[in-house]
Design a protein around this ligand. Structure first.
Ligand code: ATP
Ligand code: MG
Length: 435
């Protein structure tokens, strides 16, 4: 077979046989988000490029190298979202959601796009679950988003994931730190990689984030941001730690975390798994909303990478339960019985069970084989004679036990309405009688 084209490099298909894993994780995320009082926000996949230049920051790798930017036929510069915060913040401002009062708590599940080299846990189209709080300056808010992310890992049964936290100060104290960093790295300028040489002038803090072995070795000796925090930032960081302690959340203070986006202030954090690296990154961005033209609005949040989370579950052998594919497979033998079977299948489906029947023209034997293959819990066979005496042969596919059951119109009505009213349990009970 020769396809006219394959998928784009760095993009992945999520196939029907795998999608239950995503749905299972997403269900947990939605549930946890709800218990923390967050509502979902869905924003467009593209935004005016300006939004990301201003919010993510034009000295960042994302804006400099990784963004999918293009001109529309109308001449506008548009970019695919490289992360979820900018669009959510823009929407919050554009629709005046802040008029409803603070805090605003929103979560998203979205595809993101970054032009990066494909690697283990790194794609060009990837997916993030993220949570955002706008209008909350309290350290309890910092702890709350970390607890929320942590709760997702815990619900999924993830082990050995480390929460690393740091504070990178505010516009008050950071300039002093940046100056100290500049001085330190200037002494090592010759050894730095080319990217870091240019970072030295534009944003030396970014050098701490460099993955090249030489730069990260040099970075080990760099001044530590925690030594430069102003009193307010120090106090905030202490309080965040007290809140985490109160909630029994374990963490380590990691002074080298700076995060890759420009908008962070004060608290930054990452959830790091030894096998995978960073699975979730977040922090506070008190200046972001002003940067986008709004009032001063202390805000914070995180983004969790879905693909990395799935890899983590895989490496830790955490099984995701596969949902049932079929409860009842109905086989009609003969033209009349087939039509009746079709009706039964519809009835079962409308009563919220999963039912299947033949749509490809299989023989009886092949249908039984197929019912087995899709792991149907029960099968029901009706030939013309059973049609005449109003019965059917019901089989428990696991045990192989069979039973003749009466199937008149009245029985069905009763059967299904009882089942609907009792929220599936009655029908399941009846079927389970075959055990
Ligand atoms: P990294 O240092 O690995 O490049 P980052 O700092 O660029 O990560 P963030 O912008 O903080 O990542 O995004 C939050 C999370 O989104 C990451 O922790 C990761 O799980 C996921 N993520 C980021 N970029 C990618 C990508 N290209 N492919 C898959 N997941 C990604
Ligand atoms: Mg990155």
């Amino acid at each position: 077979m020769k396809l006219i084209t394959n998928r784009v490099y760095g993009a992945e298909d999520i196939l029907p046989a795998e999608v239950y894993k995503w749905q299972f994780i997403e269900d947990i995320m939605r549930k946890q988000a709800r218990s923390y009082g967050f509502k979902e926000i869905r924003t467009p996949v593209f935004e005016h490029t300006e939004l990301f230049n201003r919010s993510v920051g034009d000295t960042t790798d994302i804006v400099q190298k990784e963004m999918y930017t293009f001109d529309t036929k109308g001449g506008d510069s548009i970019s695919l979202k490289p992360e979820g915060t900018a669009g959510a913040a823009r929407a919050m401002l554009e629709h005046g959601i802040y008029n409803d009062g603070y805090p605003i708590k929103a979560y998203y599940l979205t595809a993101c796009y970054r032009y990066e080299k494909k690697n283990y846990g790194r794609q060009r189209e990837f997916h993030q679950f993220g949570m955002e709080i706008y209008g909350a300056a309290s350290p309890f808010a910092d702890a709350e988003v970390m607890c929320a992310a942590d709760s997702v890992f815990k619900r999924l049964g993830v082990r050995d994931i480390r929460l690393e936290i740091n504070s990178i100060g505010c516009p008050e104290c950071r300039p002093k730190y940046t100056a100290a960093l500049k001085e330190y790295f200037t002494k090592h300028e010759e050894e730095l990689c080319d990217t870091c040489k240019s970072r030295l002038q534009r944003n030396p803090m970014r050098i701490l984030d460099c993955k090249s072995p030489v730069c990260s070795e040099i970075a080990k000796g760099a001044p530590k941001v925690l030594d430069y925090l102003c009193d307010d930032c120090n106090k905030h960081f202490d309080e965040v730690r007290s809140c985490l302690d109160a909630a029994d959340i374990e963490y380590t203070v990691e002074p080298t975390i700076v995060r890759g986006l420009d908008y962070y202030t004060r608290t930054v954090f990452e959830f790091v798994a030894p096998e995978i690296g960073t699975v979730c990154g977040g922090g506070r961005y008190d200046g972001l909303i002003e940067e986008l033209g709004g009032q001063h609005t202390p805000s914070l949040g995180f983004g969790m990478g879905m693909e990395r989370l799935l890899l983590l579950l895989k490496t830790q052998n955490i099984e995701i339960p596969e949902p049932p594919v079929c409860d009842l497979y109905v086989i009609g033998l003969g033209d009349k019985a087939k039509l009746k079977a079709f009706k039964i299948i519809e009835g079962v489906r409308n009563a919220s069970l999963i039912a299947e029947g033949d749509i490809v023209g299989r023989t009886l034997k092949a249908q039984m084989k197929y019912a087995n293959k899709i792991k149907s819990r029960f099968s029901m066979v009706r030939g013309d004679s059973e049609l005449e005496n109003g019965t059917a042969t019901l089989k428990n596919m696991e045990t192989g036990k069979e039973k003749t059951v009466p199937l008149d119109e009245g029985f069905f009505n009763e059967f299904f309405s009882a089942y609907v009213e009792s929220n599936n349990s009655k029908l399941l009970e009846q079927l389970d009688d075959l055990n």
